[in-house]
Write a protein that binds this ligand. Structure first.
Ligand SMILES: Cc1ncc(COP(=O)(O)O)c(C=O)c1O
Length: 402
């Protein structure tokens, strides 16, 4: 019998993370000496601030190297409670917070805790690539609702109302959004909240991981800030990865109704136990220390955004909408693709890689066929060279097709 036959239906069906796979392949080509500019990065290009690294060193020196409570160190959970109060004006008790191995793990635990076979989860597209797979791994059914660039890549209240069914168990809201960089305004969240208030069987999942990387014109607001009554059925997922350049430390957290957090904690107790003790000590320093670097990171990303967006805007056959957060843009290359007789964004990404030495992530990975995700988590000289290459490639392509 072939070893494949041992795989569960679940394991046989799950796709590996396309963004991680593409990123790993590009890194391999670069290590092989190929001249490729990598615009696939899903993480800040900055180092973790020194004070945070020092906190981890101290924790190791002091011997904080053992298991912690499953839900996280009490000091970290208190720091998260304080952060949610200070920055988000949201009140939670310590038992309403679970620390996990990254926000991805928080979401994974959550789907495992709340989904029964066939339960539907509304996922607005463009979406982060892991949502549908995580839902399916928990036996749920992703219900993708697509928004176009013209709609600002955002779910409307009317779309939400239409998508809700008696089987809807949850809806995901990710603002600022990976991969589009779009942020929901207070009015847009209000409109969604009004629909959600009519459907009390729907749990709200607010993925706030990019909250600190936004320039939409006001302070970050999530749907619970807009409609406090939703707090009783919202789970806020967040972490330190993006704001503090701590992707490798693997610390995320969820805050929500105590029974849901308790169920997630039980599930985690049988999988990873606790997140790394040393990383937890570092996360305390991140949340309680100076927030100056967070603001500096955001300013830098905004400058880079303005540069890349400005260049894309001038390119023929590229349509782009400015982002108001994250470190991504999601330009539409369909005019350029159409000229080449293809509607396949994967083939187009491959063409850009081979012809221009430029690595981007095809939009279909995010449910956004025809677009390409460009990450500007690279320094400005790299972005300048990348945009020159892209411009040249599109010009050559235009010349070629006459
Ligand atoms: C929208 C979104 N949510 C969650 C995550 C997971 O972040 P973490 O590194 O904390 O697991 C990512 C990472 O790319 C993301 O883009």
């Amino acid at each position: 019998m072939s070893a494949e036959n041992f795989l569960s239906r679940r394991a046989a069906a799950v796709q590996s993370s396309s963004t991680l796979a593409i990123g790993a392949e590009i890194k391999r080509l670069v290590a092989d000496g190929q001249d490729i500019i990598n615009l696939c990065a899903g993480e800040p290009d900055f180092d973790t601030p020194v004070a945070i690294r020092q906190a981890a060193t101290r924790a190791m020196a002091e011997g904080q190297t053992r298991y912690t409570p499953v839900a996280g160190l009490p000091m970290l959970r208190q720091a998260i409670v304080a952060k949610l109060q200070r920055e988000n004006e949201l009140h939670y008790e310590e038992q309403q917070v679970l620390v996990s191995c990254g926000c991805k793990h928080s979401l994974y635990n959550l789907f495992q805790a709340v989904l029964n076979p066939g339960d539907e989860v509304i996922i607005p597209a463009p979406y982060w690539t892991s949502y549908p797979e995580m839902v399916m791994l928990a036996g749920g059914q992703p219900m993708i609702v697509s928004s176009t660039m013209a709609e600002g890549f955002k779910l409307t209240a009317a779309q939400l109302q239409q998508a809700v069914s008696p089987r809807t168990r949850a809806v995901l809201i990710n603002s600022p959004n990976n991969p589009s960089g779009a942020c929901y305004s207070a009015a847009e969240l209000r409109a969604l909240a009004e629909v959600l208030m009519l459907h009390e069987q729907v749990l709200v999942i607010s993925d706030d991981i990019y909250e600190h990387l936004q320039w939409s014109g006001g302070p970050f607001r999530n749907i619970v800030n807009i409609e406090p009554q939703l707090q009783a059925r919202t789970v806020v997922c967040n972490g330190v990865s993006k704001a503090y350049a701590m992707t490798g430390w693997r610390i995320g957290y969820a805050a929500g109704p105590a029974p849901i957090i308790a169920a997630m904690t039980r599930i985690q107790s049988h999988s990873t136990s606790n997140a790394s003790a040393i990383s937890q000590a570092a996360a305390i320093a991140a949340l309680e220390g100076s927030q100056d670097t967070v603001e500096e990171f955001c300013r830098t990303f905004r400058q880079r955004h303005d540069y890349v967006y400005g260049r894309l805007e001038q390119m023929p056959d590229v349509q782009c909408r400015p982002a108001t957060g994250t470190f991504y843009l999601l330009p539409d290359f369909q005019p350029a693709m159409a000229r080449n007789g293809t509607s396949d964004d994967v083939a187009f990404a491959q063409w850009l890689l081979e012809r221009a030495g430029l690595a981007v992530v095809p939009g279909s990975v995010f449910g956004a066929q025809g677009q390409q995700r460009i990450s500007f988590a690279s320094d400005t000289p790299t972005l300048e060279r990348a945009m020159d290459r892209l411009q040249d490639a599109l010009a050559v392509r235009k010349g070629r097709q006459g």
